[in-house]
Design a protein around this ligand. Sequence first.
Ligand code: SF4
Ligand code: SF4
Length: 277
Amino acid sequence: MLDFAKIREYVDKDRGNYVAAGTALAQDVAGMRIFDQPLFAVGDAQDPLFQKLQEPQAVGPHMRLPQDWLPGARSVVSFFLPFTEAVKGSNAPRGKSEGRDEEQQRRDPSNGWLHGRIEGQAFLLDVCRKMVSLLEAEGEEAVIPILEPGFWTEETSRFTSSWSERHVAFVCGLGTFGLSKGLITEKGICGRFGSVVTTAELPRTERPYTGIYEYCIQCGACARNCPVGAISLEKGKDHVACSAYCAVMKERYAPRYGCGKCQVSVPCMSRIPGRRP
Ligand code: SF4
Ligand code: SF4
């Protein structure tokens, strides 16, 4: 078994989930909590949908299966760490982030978002490690695919690796894709995903949808927020344009980076549109 209560407690109490005063980019984010409580979903490692992810229109043939990461894998634990209101609000195109004027606020990632993207991802990996240690204490094996050497290979590209957290989350039952290509969960689209593959036989989560874009209402709000027009209702998302813009932001805010304007101030930010959070 995996004690999810212990993970929740870890997310509440561990200092990694709070921006340390010594590293804060500005006063307004010192001590800020990065993530709210996670959502978990458990998928069957043998689910045929994992194989479907190897099709060109999904991730592609370079996508590895759970058994490729861990022979004898039985379950895949996928989780979503939603950003707190503080992180989301700071990045709103018409919000406020210390040191940004109106135009910068519309186009540039906020201090809170920059921390969420970098320190938040570091904490997410700690959550994965915590999960692995709990599973190993039960005598099970567990791996974190994105930390394995095969995550980036010669077959992968700048945009896709051999394990896509969002696609895995879709298979496990956490949510469906949006026009912006984020995954819309019960707690919205705004946050980060992680996963662990394990030999443990854990109770499965029901996948409460069939369509890939079932939760997206095609409202176009994400497209209107994008500073470089990388999203449109007609053509979907232009990954090249998005990536080029994020590279500019990386030059400006290195070692941090990010954008995320398509995930804030939109109907799917914190919920499935049209449903209660
Ligand atoms: S903002 Fe609207 S169109 Fe964009 S992903 Fe969310 S629900 Fe879909
Ligand atoms: S993350 Fe990419 S798609 Fe989203 S708003 Fe920024 S540039 Fe546009």
